[in-house]
Write a protein that binds this ligand. Structure first.
Ligand SMILES: Nc1ncnc2c1ncn2[C@@H]1O[C@H](COP(=O)(O)OP(=O)(O)O)[C@@H](O)[C@H]1O
Ligand SMILES: [Mg+2]
Length: 162
């Protein structure tokens, strides 16, 4: 795995992974850093590795239970160091749907909320959310970009050398 630190002032990191295991490890690091109330908005195509990353985040939050894709359940809840809400917006028609599901209440629970297909509900994502873009490169290579505006860059310093 190869973490890089671009020169930006916001907490902004990029990691290239070469296997699902590495993506999970990246998620685990992020989950280990996430304070209560963090919203992690995942973006990326089918098969980009969103659920894989979410499994790693769950591990970083010390969730013991197995994490499954919430495509049909929309929202799953897990117990960990902090509660984890794992949401999939794929089947939502948009922000109104998300509001009706009570997405605001989720954000105010002191939990960590991970949202797959967050680009489908752009108006529901809080300003302080961590935005994580997953991009499929060749074969098993994935580019993962994390932008966390409310987190100082130093908070991620442990991620650069794995
Ligand atoms: N570097 C990688 N990181 C994550 N998944 C990968 C990687 N390389 C290959 N894969 C495969 O891509 C798929 C990702 O699936 P999943 O995490 O469910 O994606 P999404 O939730 O974005 O649709 C899995 O079949 C996984 O084995
Ligand atoms: Mg998924």
């Amino acid at each position: 795995m190869n973490w890089m630190m671009p020169g930006a002032s916001l907490a902004e990191i990029e990691v290239m992974t070469s296997s699902p295991g590495e993506t999970m490890l990246a998620g685990e690091k992020l989950g280990g850093l996430a304070p209560a109330g963090t919203v992690i908005a995942l973006r990326g195509n089918l098969g980009a590795g969103k659920t894989c990353l979410a499994r790693g985040i769950a591990r970083g939050l010390e969730v013991a239970e197995g994490v499954t894709s919430p495509t049909y359940t929309i929202i799953s809840e897990y117990e960990g160091r902090l509660p984890l809400y794992h949401m999939d917006a794929y089947r939502l028609s948009g922000d109104e749907d998300a509001e009706n599901l009570g997405i605001r209440e989720l954000f105010s629970q002191g939990a960590v909320t991970v949202i797959e297909w967050s680009e489908r509900i752009p108006g529901s994502i809080p300003r302080e959310a961590w935005i994580v873009e997953l991009e499929i490169l060749d074969g098993e290579k994935r580019r993962i970009r994390v932008n966390a505006p409310a987190i100082p860059q130093e908070a991620f310093s442990g991620l650069y050398c794995l």
